[in-house]
Design a protein around this ligand. Structure first.
Ligand SMILES: Cc1cc2nc3c(=O)[nH]c(=O)nc-3n(C[C@H](O)[C@H](O)[C@H](O)COP(=O)(O)O)c2cc1C
Length: 259
């Protein structure tokens, strides 16, 4: 898909256009495959310069994310300056030390071998920010949940993460920083909040298991342990059961189910 196709696809996907989308088991499997392959990357960046077409495509994927009230409250600040990235890496190192000082003895040993960023090794950084004023004051869906704006930014980040994976890139989220430091370093206005510093670029490979799990820091929990049914205290017994009965359906009695 070219950059133009991507932009066209995402600026007006009406019914006929949607009908021409790839579908069927292969399309479905390729999406799940990207989701499964996605990793937080610190150590596998090649550091090579990037193709601006690919960069534009992955940013386009991020910009296609859902957002509360269609506010699209994000900006993407692409950072290639060596000086800036070195300054940020230095700050991250200080915050890493501060975190390590708070750890108990057992955790200190395990944390020592964990790499927490690829700021200097990756091709570039992308800082994603949140502008709460965009589309305000009447944001549909944000009246009772102010965080809905931030959630939208995180969805853009996930789109970016998956698109990078599909392109053979890696992405690593770095949150070992103080927001005022990043705001000053990058000249971000005070009303705009830096949400994520992301390291991005081509990688040699992606691990099949998260770094923190390989390092023995934490293990992923099973899906069945986090899916509940109707009430918080009720586990969902359908997860992973091939003979589970069909679930759900519209509440209204005058809805006819298509078969
Ligand atoms: C909000 C957020 C902040 C994160 N911050 C860091 C970070 O500062 N350093 C780091 O190495 N990984 C960071 N990560 C990556 C997580 O450690 C990683 O997603 C998790 O261990 C699961 O691994 P996976 O993404 O490869 O599946 C962050 C992830 C998220 C979602």
């Amino acid at each position: 898909m070219t950059q133009r196709d991507f932009v066209d696809d995402h600026q007006g996907l009406d019914a006929p256009a949607a009908a021409s989308l790839p579908r069927g088991p292969e399309a479905t499997e390729s999406l799940y495959s990207v989701i499964r392959r996605r990793r937080d990357v610190r150590g596998q960046f090649t550091g090579e310069p990037v193709d601006p077409e690919i960069l534009t495509r992955v940013l386009g994927a991020a910009h296609a994310a859902p957002s509360v009230g269609l506010t699209q409250p994000w900006d993407f600040l692409v950072v290639t300056s060596d000086t800036t990235r070195r300054a940020f890496a230095h700050h991250v190192g200080e915050e890493r030390r501060a975190f390590a000082e708070d750890l108990d003895e057992r955790s200190t040993g395990r944390f020592a071998g964990i790499k927490i960023d690829g700021v200097l090794e990756s091709s570039l950084s992308i800082v994603v920010t949140y502008d709460a004023s965009r589309g305000a004051p009447h944001v549909i869906g944000r009246r009772t949940i102010a965080d809905a704006g931030l959630y939208s930014v995180c969805l853009a980040i996930e789109n970016l993460w998956l698109a990078c994976t599909a392109e053979g890139w890696g992405l690593g989220w770095v949150s070992f920083y103080r927001e005022p430091f990043v705001a000053e370093l990058l000249g971000i206005p005070s009303a705009i909040r830096p949400v994520a510093w992301l390291c991005a670029g081509p990688v040699t490979f992606l691990h099949g298991t998260p770094d923190l799990e390989r390092a023995g820091w934490r293990e992923r929990v099973a899906l069945a342990d986090v899916v509940r049914h109707d009430q918080w205290a009720v586990p969902a017994d359908f997860v992973g059961r091939r003979d589970a009965p069909v679930l759900g359906g519209a509440v209204s009695s005058d809805v006819t189910h298509r078969r």
